[in-house]
Design a binder for this molecule. Structure first.
Ligand code: NI
Length: 184
């Protein structure tokens, strides 16, 4: 099942999402639907709040970029109830976008390394360290679980300049090749 993407202006994107119990019904189907929804909208990551579910779950798939960066060849995963730890002090600035903020791209400064613990689809506990683009995607998606959007992490002057675009998104007045909706 393909879900519409919940966009900026929706309260669910601003909530702190809740942990998922191990007996959550149809969790595997939900995860599979999230991958399908992400592929349909050509995204590299998708967090549950972006389909209107305030749950601590996100999926990523950056394997399509493996030609440019072989380290991404296995970067297709679901992260359940993750806990993120930022490592070191090395930062990097990169251009980011978000399915919930269509047609907006901005430079975002983030730390280069993270440690993340989470449960996989079978509720196995896993702890891993990531760097570079993987660490960036994880930080972006993890932010969604805490009600944070990447525009909260940009220069306030830049954010001011986005006011018109953001207002259009809250009215779904933006032309995107995937289904969107605002959840009040
Ligand atoms: Ni996003």
């Amino acid at each position: 099942m393909i879900y519409p993407i919940v966009v900026y202006g929706s309260s669910v994107l601003r909530q702190v999402a809740k942990d998922i119990p191990a007996d959550h019904p149809n969790l595997k189907a939900l995860i599979s639907d999230m991958f399908d929804t992400m592929y349909k909208s050509d995204g590299m990551g998708l967090a549950a709040p972006q389909i209107g579910k305030s749950l601590r779950l996100f999926v990523v798939d950056a394997t399509s970029l493996a030609d440019e960066d072989p380290a991404l060849a296995d970067f297709k995963k679901a992260f359940i109830n993750p806990r993120l730890e930022l490592l070191g002090e090395d930062t990097e600035v990169m251009n980011e976008g978000c399915l919930s903020l269509p047609k907006i791209r901005e430079e975002v400064k983030r730390l280069n390394r993270v440690r993340i613990s989470y449960y996989d689809e079978n509720f196995n506990f896993i702890e891993e360290e990531y760097e570079g683009l993987k660490a960036r995607v994880i930080q972006h998606e993890y932010d969604h679980l805490d009600g944070i959007l990447f525009i909260d992490r940009i220069n306030p002057l830049r954010k001011k300049l986005l006011k018109g675009k953001l207002s259009d998104i809250t009215k779904c007045n933006v032309d995107v090749p995937y289904k969107i909706k605002v959840l009040k």
